[in-house]
Write a protein that binds this ligand. Structure first.
Ligand code: ADP
Length: 479
């Protein structure tokens, strides 16, 4: 699959629609490698897509769930059949390692297949009315047209976990992927076309957040918006949607704590923290960016983590030896470098974090030892391979520090004590809790989402996704 000459078009009403304005898709491992040029649309393109979706959606919602099942099942099978090629494309455009990228592609296929089944399992409820001879039924219907706005860090899995439930329950979709990673979403459009998705039901509009994304939030005929991205953008979209009475679901940042107790198995803790903090170059909203370590194991932990981080192989995402791929672009790299400097200015003992020479945006993982929880580096989401290591006196202080954050997506604890593990699971103010596992890395058949500044609206993924992508109708029937 050579993209160098490809001009990626929008996919609207079953047609490929060209535009005169384009953005270049650059490989962050090698900036000389141009993956392709992709259309940059505007509000007018969104309006076109919404008009097509409005025409097509009622028929799709009325269609037999078997039809929706079959389209999603086939899309899943097509993705799975191309997992290596799509994984390679993903690694090339986003920069995560080939292994992670192929894994993410397989995950996207699994998600489509899961929601194929969910199309058939859209069960309702029935209850006797309090009035004689009256029955009450509660059914879930499609919401209508769903606008999806997605980020660059999971360019195939996040679109998949929004598109698949939207389509399963009879909605039409208008999606705008991140400008840095349009190729995976473009391939998904081709796959849905090949899978027999009727025209107008799935629409892809490429372009900027300020033009295409903003129009999706504002368009009066889009009934619901699901967004994943940064806190400021999410909040802005949330306000717009609320003011227009739209359903909205937002997944935003994290500053996820991993507590390491004195009684932890050190190898387990180091493996969980290295994975959680540095894999995917730290570019996951579930990344472990605050490692909260009790004082008895603190020095040993910092020494072992520094060594493990230093040993990680940073390099080209397509090189099989690479463990940490590049940062996604120059802007993000500069931001990471600024945070490394800030960590030193705030008094951390900084280990690693230097820029690596090469044709891409390479950075060594950074350990911010001797950090405290009130430092900016421990409060702001960095979205890079950087982790604060914060000392706690005991379990109670560690729990307090873990919850002392504006975010609440994922939280973890490494311990061999059932007492601590159970207490942490109950008292953590995060949407997802991990025991002796990295804070990142989730299953696809269970809910994903957080609390506080991390998330807003119903959970994504698994059976819980139905809450956002359907609307309840209560019917009263007199015999
Ligand atoms: P990130 O820092 O991960 O790029 P953003 O929140 O900027 O996070 O981007 C996430 C998604 O939101 C992208 O698809 C982006 O184009 C889109 N986006 C950015 N600004 C806006 C906006 N004002 N309205 C709607 N979507 C936007």
């Amino acid at each position: 699959m050579d993209y160098a000459e490809t001009i990626g078009a929008h996919y609207i009403d079953g047609n490929w629609v060209e535009d005169s304005d384009h953005s270049q898709n650059i490989n962050p491992s090698n900036t000389a490698d141009i993956i392709g040029r992709f259309a940059r649309g505007d509000a007018g393109r969104v309006d076109q897509a919404v008009a097509a979706a409005a025409d097509a959606q009622p028929g799709w919602a009325d269609a037999s769930p078997q039809i929706r099942h079959d389209v999603l099942e086939k899309a899943g099978a097509l993705i799975m059949a191309r997992k290596d090629e799509l994984g390679r494309l993903l690694a090339r455009e986003e920069g995560k390692t080939l292994a992670e990228a192929v894994g993410e592609t397989i995950r996207a296929a699994q998600i489509f297949k899961f929601f194929a089944g969910e199309a058939l399992r859209n069960l309702g409820d029935a209850v006797a009315s309090v009035r004689p001879s009256v029955d009450v039924m509660m059914e879930r219907e499609a919401v209508g047209i769903i606008g999806l706005i997605t980020p660059w860090n999971f360019p195939i899995a996040i679109p998949a976990w929004k598109i698949a439930p939207a389509l399963a329950f009879g909605n039409a979709v208008v999606i705008k992927p991140a400008e840095l990673t349009p190729a995976c979403a473009w391939e998904l459009a081709k796959i849905l076309d090949e899978a027999g998705c009727p025209k107008g039901i799935f629409n892809l509009v490429l372009g900027s957040g300020s033009l295409v994304g903003a129009r999706i939030a504002e368009h009066p005929d889009i009934d619901a918006v699901s967004f994943t991205g940064s806190v400021p953008t999410g909040r802005q979209i949330g306000v717009t949607c609320a003011s227009l009475g739209k359903k909205v679901q937002m997944e935003m940042g994290g500053k996820n704590p991993m507590v390491v107790m004195d009684d932890a198995d050190l190898d387990v803790a180091i493996a969980a923290c290295v994975n959680g903090a540095f894999f995917s170059t730290g570019q996951r909203c579930t990344a472990s960016s605050r490692l909260i370590v009790t004082k008895g194991i603190y020095d040993k932990f910092v020494g072992a983590l520094t060594e493990a981080a230093d040993n990680l192989v940073v390099g080209d995402a397509l090189d099989r030896a690479t463990q940490i791929g590049p940062v996604v672009d120059e802007k993000q790299l500069q931001q990471n470098v600024d945070y490394v400097k800030l960590a030193a200015d705030e008094g951390c003992d900084v280990r690693g974090g230097s820029i690596q020479n090469g044709p891409g945006f390479f950075q060594k993982p950074a350990v911010f030892a001797s950090a405290t929880n009130d430092m900016r580096v421990s409060r702001e989401e960095i979205f890079g391979p950087c982790a604060s290591v914060i000392k706690a006196d005991d379990y109670d202080e560690a729990l307090h520090l873990a919850n002392d954050t504006d975010f609440g997506l994922s939280a973890g604890i490494c311990t061999t004590s059932l007492k601590y593990a159970t207490d942490f699971r109950k008292k953590s103010k995060a949407g997802m809790v991990m025991v002796n596992l990295p804070t990142a890395g989730v299953d696809y058949h269970v809910p994903f989402g957080g609390r506080k500044g991390s998330s807003y609206g119903p959970r994504e993924q698994g059976g819980y996704a139905r809450e956002f992508y359907t609307i309840v109708k209560t019917s009263y029937i007199s015999a």
